[in-house]
Design a protein. Structure first.
Length: 80
């Protein structure tokens, strides 16, 4: 994601080699899901999703992206 640290929003970029069902969710520091940004079939190619955290408290958040073939989790820092 860029920028990181961010305030109040950041852009998460990802690319798909084939059409796939994608779930992209954001979690707080204790592992609770706070928002789902994507939950559906996405086309081949590059994608950008904006996470607007203006209603969230400062702190560490994680985003997790899942497809049938791939899962990744990354850390983000919201600084207000």
């Amino acid at each position: 994601n860029f920028p990181n640290p961010f305030n109040p929003s950041t852009v998460i970029n990802y690319s798909l080699a084939k059409e796939a069902f994608v779930k992209l969710a954001v979690y707080n520091a204790i592992g609770q899901e706070v928002v789902t940004l994507v939950n559906g079939v996405q086309s081949v190619g590059a994608h950008k999703v904006t996470f607007n955290a203006s209603s969230f408290n400062s702190g560490v958040y994680f985003y997790r992206i899942e497809t049938a073939d791939f899962t990744a989790m990354r850390k983000m820092l919201l600084v207000k």
